[in-house]
Design a protein around this ligand. Structure first.
Ligand code: 1HE
Length: 263
């Protein structure tokens, strides 16, 4: 891995490898629990993605992705401070979801509470067998506050999320892959390498396609069908009129590019 770039060096380990930025949550002694410092470091990092970067991989240093909200900070907050805090998380996780480039989360060990909410803000989630998913908010007497009730039901559905919060049910990596928590399940220890491989691949896409997938697709999917279809036509027209699309289609017709084959 190459140059460390701007960011809170102690709470995030930020490195570049070619066109991929890797962002490591770096509080392994606290199982990467998300305190205000780490959330603000993420805000700083995702507010200044360098132009040469085409994808971001977010991962956990140590054995866990993240144990969620730093519970030691919670005890001091009153209701007003709680609202402000939750909205800060929303702002930062929105920066991740609406990042200029695709964000891939590499998941292992604990992916708990706010850690799962963070993972949900990424566009692709890659889990290795040690990963497990839980929402112990019910047991702690609190509620999700990092966008989890908006993003997670879109992945796994309200009934499954309600069950996790009410009963403390924990899902394994294998269950997680079939129920929609992650799109990929790797071999032991393989999540970061797989996430890097995918990041290199998506960074090579036409920027306008990545823009459309990240910014337009979620809006279209949430729109009423007629509005969605109109938006789709507009985005498709803009994308195909871009010179990069013309170049890529010409390359296919001239047999200069790979065919689509079964894996
Ligand atoms: C923490 C946290 C934390 C660990 N906040 N300090 N999240 C939770 O309810 C999960 C709480 N954590 C755990 O269940 C376990 O720590 C783990 C299963 C993740 C890991 O267990 P283990 O045995 O490897 O480590 P440990 O000994 O429990 O923890 C190591 C240290 O990390 C220890 O501190 P130490 O000073 O005694 O060494 C722990 O106190 C500390 N630690 N997790 C603070 N979460 C926007 S709303 C989101 C709401 C939520 O995220 S709720 C879910 C909170």
């Amino acid at each position: 891995m190459g140059n460390a770039i701007a960011g809170n060096a102690s709470l995030l380990r930020i490195e570049t490898t070619g066109t991929v930025l890797t962002v490591g949550l770096n509080r392994p002694a606290k199982r990467n629990a998300l305190n205000d410092g780490i959330i603000l470091a993420l805000q700083c990092c995702f507010s200044a993605i360098p132009d040469r970067i085409g994808a971001v991989v977010i991962h956990g240093i140590g054995d866990h992705f993240s144990a969620g909200l730093d519970l030691s900070e919670l005890t001091e907050r009153d209701a007003t401070e709680g609202l402000v805090h939750s909205q800060m998380w929303h702002r930062v996780f929105d920066r991740i979801q609406y990042c200029r480039v695709p964000v891939i989360a590499a998941l292992k060990g604990a992916v708990i509470g706010g850690g799962l909410e963070l993972a949900c803000a990424a566009h692709i989630r890659v889990a290795e067998p040690s990963a497990y998913f839980a929402l112990p908010e019910g047991q702690r007497g609190i509620f999700v506050g990092g966008g989890g009730s908006v993003r997670l039901p879109r992945l796994i559905g309200v009934p499954r999320m309600a069950d996790m919060m009410l009963t403390g049910r924990v899902y394994s990596a294998t269950e997680g892959a079939s129920y929609g928590f992650s799109q990929y399940l790797t071999e032991a220890g393989g999540s970061l390498a797989k996430a890097m491989e995918l990041a290199v691949r998506v960074a090579a896409n036409a920027p306008l396609t990545n823009f459309a997938v990240l910014q337009a697709l979620p809006m279209i999917a949430e729109a009423n069908p007629q509005t969605g279809l109109l938006m789709e036509s507009l985005v498709a027209t803009v994308a195909q009129s871009d010179k990069e699309a013309k170049r890529r289609i010409r390359a296919f017709l001239d047999r200069k590019t790979a065919k689509v084959k079964p894996t």
